[in-house]
Design a protein around this ligand. Structure first.
Ligand SMILES: C[S@@+](CC[C@H](N)C(=O)[O-])C[C@H]1O[C@@H](n2cnc3c(N)ncnc32)[C@H](O)[C@@H]1O
Ligand SMILES: [Zn+2]
Length: 304
């Protein structure tokens, strides 16, 4: 981060105080935000909350007004820029408090795109670093891009890189493509996605023939199988830990296996291969116990 405008000896706000409790609250709440959050663009496992990234950046970019080396010009302009959101602070201590209050409030997801808050945040950074040459925030381990995204939000220049090519693609789309092309990019993506889906459906249709009842399979589960060794059985038993597909309270889906016995002694099949059909039931537990294979495999011998 460049230090233009702030003397080297001057401490940054983050070095003296930080609204940890408030920022943590906003960061925790942000996890449940689905609409419009970059986490919905692509999963990234180590993604940092935008709330804390924004707050820490601001606290690192701004000087502490109580520091003896803090430029008077910054204090004057900071008081002026804070006025749309807070009573103008008189003393240096009050100004420090007001800046910390703003950092905590701006960490709120609801304020991230609020015009006034955005402008105040950018103005404060400009007051600290000068307007002509915005500070450069460098994040060489940028992952999902929370830090460079928030740096751009605060009017800084940002440099982001990562070892992982998936992270690099996320960074490129989020930091370059979306700002450059705007909402039209989403429409274009949907259009191209539709084309790819239609082409894939055509190409893969042979591999997903309709079931006898007309239903179209959308996926196959693969499992190793063993033959039941009980006399006169020979059924094929899939080695699966559970037949549950979905256990959400209102969406319970499970595979219900159909046992097709094949007489072991003759090898004569009394039907087609063993099959399993997905069934839905509001209360599968009530109707049938756990939809688990009622079979036992012990010492490499199996019986159903
Ligand atoms: C903790 S994550 C960063 C998370 C990021 N701040 C975010 O909000 O998503 C660390 C990142 O460092 C990257 N990384 C690890 N070693 C690296 C290296 N030698 N050079 C560049 N990136 C590296 C990983 O791929 C990972 O994305
Ligand atoms: Zn059997």
């Amino acid at each position: 981060m460049t230090a233009s405008g702030i003397p080297r000896e001057c401490r940054r706000l983050a070095e003296v105080d930080f609204p940890i409790a408030e920022v943590s609250r906003h960061a925790a709440r942000e996890k449940s935000i689905r609409h419009g959050h970059p986490s919905t663009l692509h999963l990234w496992w180590a993604r940092r909350p935008l709330a804390s990234s924004r707050a820490v950046l601001l606290a690192l970019l701004l000087p502490d007004p109580c520091d003896e080396h803090c430029p008077e010009e910054f204090k004057r302009r900071a008081r002026e820029f804070l006025s749309p959101v807070r009573q103008p602070p008189k003393t240096d201590v009050e100004l420090r408090k007001a800046l910390l209050w703003f950092i905590g409030s701006f960490a709120n997801w609801d304020m991230a795109a609020h015009k006034t808050y955005l402008q105040v945040g950018r103005n404060l950074v400009r007051a600290a670093h000068g307007g002509d040459d915005p500070p450069l925030v460098v994040d060489p381990f940028a992952g999902g891009g929370s830090i460079p995204l928030e740096a751009l939000r605060l009017g800084c220049d940002a440099f982001a890189s990562d070892l992982n090519p998936v992270a690099c693609l996320i960074l490129k789309v989020m930091l370059e493509d979306i700002p450059r092309h705007g909402p039209g990019l989403a429409d274009e993506l949907r259009r191209v996605g539709g084309e790819i889906k239609a082409a894939a459906q055509q190409e893969l249709a042979d591999l997903y023939p309709p079931d006898p009842d007309g239903a179209t399979p959308i996926a196959y589960l693969w499992a190793r199988t063993v033959r039941c060794e009980a006399p006169n059985c020979g059924a094929e038993i899939p080695l699966m830990r559970s037949f549950w597909l979905c256990r959400k309270p209102k969406r319970k889906w499970a595979l219900r296996p159909t046992v097709v016995r094949r007489t072991a002694s003759t090898g004569h099949s009394t039907g087609g291969p063993g099959s399993a059909k997905a069934t839905q039931s509001p209360e599968p537990r009530a109707q049938s116990p756990e939809p688990r294979a009622q079979s036992r495999v012990r010492d490499l011998r199996a019986a159903c």
